[in-house]
Structure formats: structure tokens, C-alpha cells
Design a protein around this ligand. Structure first.
Ligand SMILES: Nc1nc2c(ncn2[C@@H]2O[C@H](COP(=O)(O)OP(=O)(O)OP(=O)(O)O)[C@@H](O)[C@H]2O)c(=O)[nH]1
Ligand SMILES: [Mg+2]
Length: 234
């Protein structure tokens, strides 16, 4: 049974009262409200045939990837949220109707994880980022209190190398004062401009519902850009 089958753990955010992100923008909407769990993959060979654009969420364990997916889709328990870091060791796919997949990648940087698990992560996520044909963009999820840690920079380096569009999501912004959050945003934007030119950066809070529309608009644009891009090899 995949971890997503274990629903209703403490620590899940109740966002059911909040309307799901519209995802509307000049590039059209993503059916975020129609998100449904599709599959979990533990091995690159199990990946589904490339199809609709995939919008993947990557970041340190505990950064808030699964929570962000739940918040964006207006659901409480679509992706499994845990107080124990490193719980999502699979690549979890959530389909948004015919339009796109949201992909919850396993987190990195959890100190208690044995070397074998770390190596498995490197292979699974490294390969996925380097060669997945249908990957449209990667949302790099970072705790706004500790952005751009060494492994985040490594991931961003991979994205730059693989020419993958990146969106940096500074989560848990509710833990910072408004001023401190704005300072962090400006600092990360300035650094991102040299680390990964073209990357966009925003504040986000699953707890307070901050940044939902901005993230949804960005995801819709990134999926639309992928649909416009010529297939590999052309
Ligand atoms: N205050 C606050 N806490 C959050 C926010 N988002 C997530 N959390 C908490 O952070 C912890 C980790 O959240 P997850 O969404 O499971 O993090 P993850 O990145 O998916 O973690 P892994 O699956 O282990 O890689 C949980 O205890 C959440 O309740 C937020 O916006 N604000
Ligand atoms: Mg998770």
C-alpha cells in the first residue's frame, strides 16, 4: 500500500473551507479542483508512458511539498502529509483531468535516512529530472526560514543543467513576519537570478492560504509552455 492510502493523519491542514485555486490566467486554467491520485512509482522503470505535462514538486523532507499540493487542489488529504520527515519515498502522481499531472517527488536532506535510501533518491529523482520527456517544470519547495540550503542549490543546479523551468516556492511563510518574508523573497529572487536564470520565486503558506493564486497561475503557464514547446529532437 502506498503512503497516500493512509489518510487522515494528524498534521494535515484543513483547507476544505477554502476555495481551490482557480488556476486561471492568460494561459488558461488547470483543473486543480479535479485532482485525483493516479499512481505511485518506486523505480524509474515503473514510470507511466510520457503524456500530458508533469509539474513536479521537489524539496527537502518536511519542506511542505505534499501540503502545497493539497492546498493548491483545495483538498485536505490528497497527498500524504506527515510530521515525520522523509515519509514520501515514492514518486506520487496526481492527475488533473486530461490537462496535467502534479507529481510529488520524495524529499531529500533528512539526516536519519540511510545511505542506500539517499542513493535511491539520487537515482530516481536525478534520472526523472534529467530525462523525463513530459516533465514541464519543477517547483522547488523550500521552508522560507531556511531557503537555498546546499542540497537545494544542488537540485537547482541540476534543473539549470537539464534546462528545466523552475519555480521556487518559499513555504511556511506564516512562520515569518511580513517584513522578514519580503526580505527573504527579495534575497532569494536576487540569488535565483544567477543560480537559475528565468526561475520565478514566490511566498506560500498552506496554513494561511497565502500565494495560492500566484502558484496556480504559474503552474498553468508552465504547463501551457510545455504544450507549446516542440517535442524533443526537433
Ligand atoms: N506552519 C506551517 N506548517 C506547514 C506548512 N506546510 C507544511 N507544514 C508542516 O510541515 C510538515 C511537513 O509537511 P509535508 O507537506 O508533509 O512536507 P513534505 O515536503 O511533503 O515532506 P516529505 O514528504 O517528508 O518530503 C507537516 O507537519 C506540515 O503540517 C505551512 O505552510 N505552514
Ligand atoms: Mg511529502
Amino acid at each position: 500500500m502506498d503512503s497516500n492510502a493512509k489518510r487522515g493523519k494528524p498534521g494535515d491542514f484543513s483547507v476544505a473551507q477554502r476555495p481551490a485555486a482557480s488556476g486561471k490566467g492568460s494561459t488558461g486554467a488547470l483543473a486543480l479542483q479535479r485532482a485525483a491520485y493516479a499512481m505511485s512509482v518506486h523505480d524509474a522503470r515503473e514510470l507511466p508512458r510520457p503524456g500530458v505535462p508533469e509539474l513536479a514538486f521537489a524539496g527537502r523532507s518536511n519542506a511542505g511539498k505534499s501540503s502545497a499540493i493539497n492546498t493548491l487542489t483545495g483538498r485536505t488529504r490528497l497527498a500524504f502529509v506527515s510530521k515525520t520527515p522523509g515519509r514520501t519515498q515514492l514518486i506520487n502522481f496526481f492527475s488533473l483531468g486530461e490537462g496535467a499531472f502534479l507529481v510529488d517527488l520524495p524529499g531529500y536532506g533528512y539526516a536519519g535516512v540511510p545511505g542506500e535510501v539517499r542513493r535511491h533518491w539520487q537515482m530516481l529523482v536525478g534520472d526523472y529530472i534529467a530525462s523525463r520527456e513530459s516533465l514541464a517544470a519543477v517547483v522547488v519547495v523550500m521552508d522560507a526560514r531556511h531557503p537555498l540550503m546546499p542540497l537545494d542549490r544542488q537540485l537547482i543546479g541540476w534543473l539549470r543543467e537539464a534546462r528545466r523551468p523552475a519555480h521556487l516556492l518559499l513555504t511556511k511563510s506564516d512562520n515569518l513576519s511580513r517584513q522578514a518574508a519580503q526580505r527573504t523573497l527579495a534575497k532569494v529572487r536576487a540569488e535565483a537570478a544567477s543560480l537559475c536564470p528565468g526561475a520565478t520565486v514566490q511566498l506560500f503558506s498552506s496554513l494561511k492560504g497565502e500565494g495560492i493564486d500566484e502558484a496556480a497561475r504559474t503552474l498553468a503557464r508552465l504547463a501551457a509552455d510545455k504544450n507549446k514547446a516542440p517535442p524533443k529532437g526537433e
